[in-house]
Design a protein around this ligand. Structure first.
Ligand SMILES: [Zn+2]
Ligand SMILES: [Zn+2]
Length: 234
């Protein structure tokens, strides 16, 4: 878990610096809810994330996934180069997460958990970490299920978590960057800020992407006007 903590610190510093250089809207580092979001980041990333990883690791180790791999032909990917495995795992888990995120918005009982994430009124990279701890249980379970079933190694699962978290920081960052045609593939600040739009300031239930924006374009939930919304929150 130490390498992940170091990555979080470095990523956080780099995005804080980028937000000073290319801000979408002028706001101080210590913006509204900053202290609260640091508590969320430490609790969700360090405490709950570690506990759930240990718990799920033990849970999956006790299953018979390993025996299914060969008869089902699921061990082919694990023999491929590391970056191919990371990309494959990211794609599978991100598509599952896109579906779950959709339900978090559309099922009232699930929205009760997810609305914590949407309570943010001033957004930056740290807002990525404001969410109910139960979402970690759900999302991590989704990451470790294909990882175990397809036989990915721990470094591949770690690499996938690093890529996914970096895109999460990027998508929430207070950056005025536009990424051109890449917006059809990678989640970005210009799209994710519209996911957080206040119901009185624009259409809700758009841009459910976690890392890969393609799902929203494919399933007609993408919304990407040139300018950010006038207001975010719930
Ligand atoms: Zn959401
Ligand atoms: Zn968000």
């Amino acid at each position: 878990m130490v390498p992940y903590s170091v990555f979080l610190l470095v990523s956080g510093l780099l995005f804080t610096l980028a937000e000073r250089l290319w801000p979408r809207s002028p706001q101080p580092v210590n913006r509204k809810g900053y202290g609260l979001d640091i508590v969320y980041a430490v609790f969700n990333a360090e405490v709950v994330g570690s506990l759930v990883a240990i718990w799920l690791g033990g849970l999956y180790a006790g299953t018979r996934f390993l025996e299914w791999r060969e008869p089902l032909g699921l061990n082919t990917l694990a023999a491929m180069p590391g970056w191919v495995q990371i990309l494959a795992l990211l794609t599978v888990k991100d598509f599952l997460q896109w579906g779950i995120h959709n339900m978090l918005h559309r099922v009232p009982a699930l929205w009760e958990f997810h609305k914590t994430h949407h309570s943010t009124e001033v957004m930056d990279w740290l807002s990525n970490w404001r969410f109910h701890w139960f979402e970690i249980v759900v999302y991590q379970a989704i990451l470790y299920l294909p990882a175990n079933l397809l036989g990915f190694s721990a470094p591949v699962t770690f690499g996938c978590a690093v890529v996914s978290t970096t895109i999460g920081h990027f998508a929430h960052a207070n950056l005025r960057w536009h990424i051109g045609p890449l917006k059809y593939i990678v989640n970005s600040p210009e799209m994710h800020v519209w996911h957080h739009v206040h119901p009185e300031a624009g259409p809700v239930n758009r841009n459910f992407a976690i890392s890969i924006a393609l799902w929203d374009w494919l399933f007609h939930t993408a919304y990407a006007p040139a300018d950010p919304p006038a207001r975010i929150g719930i």
